[in-house]
Design a binder for this molecule. Structure first.
Ligand code: ADP
Length: 590
């Protein structure tokens, strides 16, 4: 017997340390930008235009300043060889025009850049949701709690930030290059010297940065731990309060929070320190250069004023580049983690199945086995058939394998050995959608959405009208109680709104299943921990369905399955049918 297991557990330490090499950071960023690359190229092209206008504007400002400080009433623009002069007023007007043009162009540039990151986030978020919800239940069970929340919340935001920084870097680089080209035209020798000064500052920065480099994956890994613990604390909130455990829970969390903070702190120091050191270093080098130039090429000193302005402006872009690169490096592990998580989720996708069916007559289990862990089968050689319109009861002690059987029937788990056949077709070949349309499910612990009662019955299936909603509630024995609520079907219920009793929630879950007029209704312990009134209403609802809908009723107590045509018992992973005598003696014993 070959057993299939849900192995392949994916723990947080499996997130690989991300490469923080500039090339890899850029390549990963570009892959997230994906189909929006033309927008990035458009932003860079616009940045070159903006950079060129800015260069001219800075030269005008410098020339106006020189003209105002000297005796000449005219402003010389461009290199001396060009001999192009304007009067002061015209030069100022020209400058104003350029400034206005820059303001106008800032708008499309800002829009383009913002759209790059927000569109990337939108794509990532929907891909994350799709991949997570499309992954198999078996895989999701191996994950720490809070994975989806972390992906869609934290990781998607970090990726957005990273793309924003990458776009900023691309634009800053384009502007810097244009400014440098302008500087080269305006005073070639001095400009070459200044570019060399900037490059040596950059090289020094890169060296120190490599020396200080640390594993930027550390905060990602600890954050992953924190989210898992927080999700667990939220789920166990009631127990934590009842046992007064907030102290130990917080202390455990604090350990991870501190680790994460320390790792972040080191990155922050680097982010704060380097730009300042770089800026002061660059200005110092420029002053050294001016001194040298004064001795070697005194004729070029006149061109230094616009160059100084261009340089100061360039320093702003270099800082921007540095900041962007630093942030992109910091975010790189998140982008890598997103890829790792999404690839793993996609690899463990829930089998979609290709065949559509319109009805279900018989469901047959042929020697079905299932194991969660290798060598420890939860179900063994299950062999039984469910006929059209039959009511089947499945009983057994806790941990015997009943819920696992339900998972197989709902197509949420695939048999490790044997097969589940539906009218001769293996269940895994039937499309998940058509199976879900024909099979209704009432879980053990029904949950409410935050929304109206009607929303809760529809459960993201907008095709049902109000009459169908009320019909399903009536069939589940809940209509009268809903009508007694302040706004009837429009009353808000669920977490953060009005609660319903356990019995009402369970019956709402039955209405949820019945609204789709399922051919098969699977109920997992529908009356466990219910009040007698709700239990009676549910029994009535089931009696009304009997014969028309195939019912599979899983129960801990044999009394619950008294209405069933046939009853099976699961014990130690094996199934056997109860004879009438068995049922009678069992009922008496309980
Ligand atoms: P029942 O519904 O009858 O209480 P289950 O089908 O939930 O029983 O469980 C059957 C066996 O499989 C039990 O031994 C249980 O511990 C084990 N099991 C259930 N779910 C998992 C899981 N997600 N991972 C590993 N083992 C599981």
């Amino acid at each position: 017997m070959t057993e299939r297991t849900n192995g392949g557990g994916h723990d947080v330490s499996a997130v690989p340390p991300a490469s923080t090499r500039l090339f890899d950071v850029v390549r990963n960023g570009l892959s997230v930008i994906g189909p929006d690359r033309p927008r990035l190229y458009a932003a860079v092209a616009l940045a070159v235009v903006v950079g060129a206008i800015e260069t001219v504007l800075l030269c005008v400002v410098a020339a106006v300043a020189i003209a105002m400080s000297g005796e000449r009433g005219t402003v010389r623009l461009g290199p001396e060889s060009l001999d192009f002069h304007l009067n002061l007023m015209s030069a100022c007007r020209f400058g104003l025009l350029l400034a206005a043009l820059l303001m106008v162009l800032s708008w499309p540039l800002a829009r383009l850049m913002a759209s790059l990151s927000t569109r990337a986030m939108l794509r990532l978020r929907s891909r994350m949701l799709e991949s997570y919800l499309g992954s198999s239940l078996e895989y999701r069970e191996t994950q720490r709690e809070g994975l989806l929340q972390q992906l869609v919340g934290e990781y998607a935001l970090r990726a957005e930030n990273s793309i924003q920084q990458l776009a900023n870097a691309a634009v800053a680089l384009a502007m810097l290059a244009t400014l440098m080209a302008g500087a080269l035209v305006s005073a070639p020798t001095a400009a070459v010297g200044m570019i060399a000064a900037l490059l040596s500052c950059w090289a020094a920065f890169a060296l120190v940065s490599r020396w200080l480099r640390q594993d930027t994956s550390a905060p990602v890994l600890t954050n992953r731990e924190i989210v898992g613990r927080v999700a667990q604390a939220a789920r166990m909130g009631e127990e934590i309060s009842a046992y007064d455990l907030s102290g130990p829970v917080c202390r455990e969390l604090e350990g991870d929070v501190r680790k994460s903070a320390e790792a972040m702190g080191r990155l922050r120091v680097e982010a704060r320190l380097f730009p300042n050191i770089f800026q002061y270093g660059a200005i110092g080098l420029v002053l050294v250069l001016v001194t040298l130039l004064a001795n070697v090429r005194p004729d070029e000193l006149g061109g230094l004023a616009p160059l100084a302005l261009l340089l100061l402006r360039s320093l702003g872009y270099v800082r921007q580049l540095q900041r962007s690169f630093h942030t992109a490096r910091e975010m790189a592990p998140y982008i890598a983690a997103i890829e790792t998580e999404l690839t793993a989720l996609d690899m463990h996708g829930h089998p979609a199945g290709g065949r559509t069916i319109e009805d279900i007559a018989a469901i047959a289990f042929h020697r079905v086995s299932y194991a969660y862990k290798p060598g420890m089968p939860a179900l063994r050689d299950i062999e039984f058939t469910i006929g059209l319109g039959e009511a089947i009861g499945i009983v057994g002690p806790s941990g015997s394998g009943k819920s696992t059987l339900v998972g197989l029937l709902l197509r949420l788990r695939m048999p490790g050995a044997g097969s589940v056949m539906v009218d001769g077709i293996p269940l895994e070949q039937i499309s998940a959608r058509s199976w879900a349309r024909l099979v209704g499910y009432v879980p053990q612990d029904s949950r409410l959405l935050y929304g109206t009662v009607a929303d809760n019955i529809r459960l993201f299936r907008p095709g049902f009208d109000d009459a169908q909603v009320a019909g399903a509630a009536r069939a589940a024995g809940l209509h009268e109680e809903i009508m007694a609520l302040p706004q009837g079907y429009e009353t808000k219920v669920g977490p953060g709104a009005r609660g319903l009793s356990g019995g009402q929630t369970q019956r709402l879950s039955i209405a949820r299943a019945l609204i789709g007029t399922p051919r098969v209704l699977v109920m997992d312990e529908p009356t466990s921990a219910l009040d007698a009134w709700s239990e009676q209403l549910i029994a009535e609802a089931l009696a009304a369905l009997k014969g028309r809908t195939t019912i599979v009723l899983v129960a801990h107590r044999p009394a619950t399955v008294a209405m069933c045509d046939r009853v099976f018992e699961v014990r130690d992973g094996r199934l056997r049918e109860f004879s009438r005598n068995d049922r009678l003696s069992h009922a008496l014993a309980v």
